[in-house]
Design a protein around this ligand. Sequence first.
Ligand code: GUN
Length: 280
Amino acid sequence: MTVILDGKTLSEKILDNIKQKVSNLNSKPGLAVILAGNNPASEVYVRNKEKQAQNAGFNSSVYKLPENVTKEELLNLINKLNDDEKTDGILLQLPLPKHLAAYDFLDKIDPKKDVDGFHPINAGKLFLNEKPYAIPCTPKGIVRLLDEYKIQIEGKNVVIAGRSNIVGKPLSALLLNRSATVTIVHSKTKNLPEITKKADILISATGKKNMITKDMIKKGAAVIDVGIIRDENNKLRGDVDFNGVKDIAGFITPVPGGVGPMTIAMLMENTLELHLLNKG
Ligand code: GUN
């Protein structure tokens, strides 16, 4: 029997726990989300983050900037939030409008308010295994889900498909720090199935529908799907051919209800942790 890794239920448990902790604090954690431009997917994600932050009892603010926002305007907002006592976590939603480069801004966020863990100082600390102020939410959520289901990481072969700065690279560091043997594969990798078939844990974060099919899976493997794509019927789908893979895998995440809700729960956890770091 294949075990479905239920990120939705686990995320609800984590969020309830955060809400409980916040209700016992004298001050509220503050999360500021910056949304520049009008990417429809980003608008949905940001609305969801705002809703969950409010539900957890945080001060939540969303700063919407137009598609043609200038570099200077965005930097001014980041500086203002860096200096704002009520703001513990600053999240700059990606992707930015095309004329702006993410790392012109991510490295201006105070590392102690860098709720995504994307600042080069936090990325560096993660790679050095030296306590970053925050760990990127999706990688952190994936590891939490594996731990919840007692899926062993140490000594296991982990294959990650995708080398993004948001998921693939930080996840590789996090799993290496847990003593996994980590391989990252990407669009230029040769003989993909040969590599993925060796994976005890296979994590796909490519955004390509049906990227992972049953012939690429080792029997009993844990398969984690980070993809979120809308198909031709506007249904949410992942990278993994779920129906084909599920009978071979030992564990598999659904889309939706797997990694997505874990990412949001970790964002709230990071906000609370930064609040305690800055004010505790
Ligand atoms: N865009 C897609 N995922 C993320 C994320 O985790 N953080 C931010 N800031 N932007 C994203």
